[in-house]
Write a protein that binds this ligand. Structure first.
Ligand code: SF4
Ligand code: SF4
Length: 227
């Protein structure tokens, strides 16, 4: 899932303070699961904005809504109405959602309330960790299901780098060395021979090396890159 963190309130407020009629929009999927941008968070943020007495805008109106997925145009066009008189939309979606809403409502400023952070998973109660970098050419089959790109601080393909101590990465913060995790996992699976193979240079053209990526689904070829 995509994780996000609410921006500091002062930063959010600075972006909306000149607008009189604001629509705060939560997103009901990823950012709702990580407790950053769902309906509950939209309600709290909307109330916090309303409670701010401001000389520049003493009669501010704040409407609050949540849609299931701000990153899908159909959800926005079919299930979402912007109240008349709205000056700006404050979105609690990830960056993809903010941009999709902005593409639909071209005449309105659409402002982000979250910092989109990473593709991650819930590891422990209340703790999400980055797990995937979206490289476009997954190699988890060879690494015991642990991603060296997202989870190794140096994204090295043949690790460890020599800086790990007691299974922890040299960057500190108690972060596990991804390559130690890979070795332990391959050992447990009886597949340590995989570790002996040297990875060739990774083809980064499936990553961001060739610029922004796209994907198109067609009837004959369900998943195909679009140009
Ligand atoms: S190898 Fe690439 S696609 Fe697979 S988990 Fe890592 S970053 Fe994601
Ligand atoms: S210590 Fe491990 S996780 Fe940290 S940079 Fe080196 S190989 Fe990567």
């Amino acid at each position: 899932m995509i994780t996000g963190k609410l921006k500091p309130f002062e930063e959010i407020y600075a972006s909306i303070e000149k607008f009189k009629n604001i629509l705060v929009v939560g997103c009901g999927t990823c950012v709702s699961v990580c407790l950053s941008g769902g309906d509950r968070e939209a309600q709290i943020l909307g109330k916090e904005i309303m409670s701010r007495k401001d000389e520049k805008c003493p009669e501010r109106i704040v409407n609050i809504k949540t849609i299931q997925r701000q990153c899908e145009k159909d959800f926005i066009t079919d299930f979402f109405e912007v109240p008349e008189g709205t000056d700006a939309i404050l979105s609690l979606a990830c960056g993809a959602g903010v941009q999709t809403v902005a593409e639909v409502f071209k005449d309105l400023p659409v402002l982000p309330a979250l910092n989109t952070t990473f593709l991650g998973a819930l590891d422990e109660y209340g703790l999400w960790r980055e797990k995937c970098h979206g490289c476009g050419s997954c190699l988890l089959a060879h690494t015991g299901g642990i991603c060296p790109i997202a989870r190794c601080a140096k994204s090295i393909m043949n690790g460890p780098c020599g800086g790990s101590t007691n299974g922890k990465c040299e960057i500190g913060n108690g972060i596990d060395c991804a390559w130690q995790l890979i070795i332990d996992r391959l050992k447990a699976l009886g597949r340590l021979d995989e570790y002996g193979k040297i990875f060739p240079f990774k083809d980064w053209s499936t990553d961001r090396g060739s610029g922004p990526r796209s994907m198109q689904r067609t009837a004959n070829d369900p998943f195909q890159e679009a140009n």
